[in-house]
Structure formats: structure tokens, C-alpha cells
Design a protein around this ligand. Structure first.
Ligand code: GUN
Length: 293
């Protein structure tokens, strides 16, 4: 193990502490930040995420309510609920946990949430604002990665940052944050995906490699430039009969190999994961401030 560990738990804790202070200050002005979380169906991973979001709100003094809907809820019913939340002043932020069951059109839901309450940063207005470097809501996972890099004073200026994965939630917004003409960004940014030819040839030129491939241990040691900073967004359960639980959690990077080559790396768990909820809290407070201007 040669690489320094980038501890997302520490970074998330520091973000949460500053959010907590902001919430206390807002309450003195009679502003009570509120978040509505909508969970459809019984997906076990989604249930865990949603529960953790609620608990974190509680710890930071943010009012939150989870609306749990059956997996066969119709688009019309869900639309009605979104419309109600859009008009409810108790809630400054609305989050619909993804993925949604097949009968529901995620894109329609994302368009329906008022951009001012879109604390996920998924609405096209916020996506546009991100690209234009205008004030808006930025997706929590890539925003959390930028926060980790800032916390550890890892400069992106002029570096080659490579993103693996082109999802709307991580890969695409990540790319756009990296190249922005501003302090803490200014990287040369490249995005790779399933159709990229000879991905290793590209990832080996990365000074900062951000992996959101959705494939367990997809990036191997030979795909990493010596001394690179590696950010692993993956969270996968893989069968492992040698463990008590019969499975282990692993990222999208082969950690044992990568940590011998990289200069710094995020572990899984305890790297990027804790940042997502912390940044959701940041966005919720920002929404409360914005709606009370
Ligand atoms: N599912 C996985 N990540 C996210 C996220 O950041 N927001 C929402 N709404 N759903 C998710």
C-alpha cells in the first residue's frame, strides 16, 4: 500500500458540521430547512439510502419527511404527489430516489420537480446551469468528489482528469465540473464509456482518474498511471463465501492493485459514498436560503 487514503468520512463530517451551523443560523431567522424524500417500491439498497438521508437530516436539524409509495404506483399518482410537494412551503428540497420501477418515466418526474427544489440537480435547468457555470443545484455525488479534492488540496489545474462512465447522475456532471474555468477546477477533462476503444490507453494518461463504471473492479492496476489520484465511485456487492456475510463490498477499481500504483485513492466503503448525503444536506440548506431571499 503506497497510496494515501482519501477518507470521505472525514470530509463528509466536516461538511455536515458546517451545514449544522448554517441550519442553526437560519432557524434564528425563522427559516426551517425541509426535505421531502420519495421512495417508490422495496428496493433494499434504496431503502437503506433513504433511511440514511432521513437520519442525517435529523442530526443536522433539517426537517424531513419520507413518502413511501407502493411499487405499482401510477405516473399520474406520482405526478400529483410531486405537484403537491412543489407547492408545499415546508419542503425546500424534493428528492425522488432512483431507480424507479419500470412503469414510471424518470425523465418526466425529473422535469416535473421545480428547479428551485431540485436538490438532486437532475432537472434540465440545473444541468444547463452547471454547464454554463451559473448558480444552481449540482448533483450530489460529483459535487462531493470536488469537495474531497478540495479538502485534500489536490489541484486539478491543467491536469488531465479522466471520467469512466457517462451516467446522468455521476459521469456527465462530473466531466462538466472538472473543466470549468474556475479555481479548484481548470482540468483537461475526458470521458470514457462502454464504447471507448482501448480504454487503458486513455486512463493511463489520467492524473486524476474518476471511475463510475458500475462494474465491480473494472479498473485494474495496469490501467493507472503511476502517481495518479484515483476516485472510486462504485459500490458493489460481490459474493464472497469466505466472509461471514457471504459477500463483500467493492468499488469499480481493483483496490489492492490500484493502491500500489496511485499516489492517493478513495476506499470503498468510506470514500465517495458518505459525500453524497452530505452534499444533499448542503443543497437542501441552499434551497431554503434561495426560497427565502
Ligand atoms: N440513486 C443513486 N444515487 C442517487 C442520487 O444521488 N439521487 C437520487 N434521487 N437517486 C439516486
Amino acid at each position: 500500500m503506497k497510496a494515501m487514503l482519501l477518507n470521505g468520512k472525514d470530509v463528509a463530517k466536516s461538511v455536515r458540521e458546517s451545514v449544522k451551523h448554517e441550519v442553526e443560523a437560519l432557524k434564528k431567522e425563522n427559516i426551517y430547512p425541509g426535505l421531502a424524500v420519495v421512495l417508490v417500491g422495496e428496493d433494499p439498497a434504496s431503502k437503506v439510502y433513504v433511511r440514511n438521508k432521513g437520519r442525517t437530516c435529523e442530526k443536522l436539524g433539517i426537517f424531513s419527511e419520507t413518502i413511501t409509495l407502493p411499487k405499482d404506483v401510477s405516473q399520474k399518482e406520482l405526478n400529483t404527489i410531486i405537484d403537491k410537494l412543489n407547492h408545499d412551503p415546508k419542503f425546500h428540497g424534493i428528492l425522488v430516489q432512483m431507480p424507479l420501477p419500470r412503469q414510471l418515466d424518470a425523465s418526466e418526474i425529473i422535469h416535473r420537480i421545480r428547479p428551485e427544489k431540485d436538490v438532486d440537480g437532475f432537472h434540465p435547468e440545473n444541468v444547463g446551469r452547471l454547464i454554463l457555470d451559473e448558480e444552481g443545484f449540482q448533483p450530489c455525488t460529483p459535487a462531493g468528489i470536488m469537495e474531497i479534492l478540495r479538502y485534500y488540496k489536490i489541484s486539478l489545474e491543467g491536469k488531465h482528469a479522466v471520467v469512466v462512465g457517462r451516467s446522468n447522475i455521476v459521469g456527465k456532471p462530473m466531466l462538466n465540473m472538472l473543466y470549468q474555468k474556475k479555481k479548484d477546477a481548470n482540468a483537461t477533462a475526458t470521458i470514457c464509456h462502454t464504447r471507448t476503444q482501448d480504454m487503458g490507453a486513455i486512463t493511463r494518461t489520467a492524473d486524476v482518474l474518476i471511475v463510475a463504471a458500475g462494474v465491480p473492479e473494472f479498473v485494474t492496476g495496469d490501467m493507472i498511471k503511476p502517481g495518479a489520484v484515483v476516485i472510486d465511485v462504485g459500490m458493489n456487492r460481490v459474493d464472497d463465501p469466505s466472509t461471514d456475510k457471504g459477500y463483500r463490498l467493492t468499488g469499480d477499481v481493483k483496490f489492492d492493485e490500484a493502491s500500489e500504483i496511485a499516489s492517493a485513492i478513495t476506499p470503498v466503503p468510506g470514500g465517495v459514498g458518505p459525500m453524497t448525503i452530505a452534499m444533499l444536506m448542503v443543497n437542501t440548506v441552499k434551497a431554503a436560503k434561495f426560497q427565502n431571499r
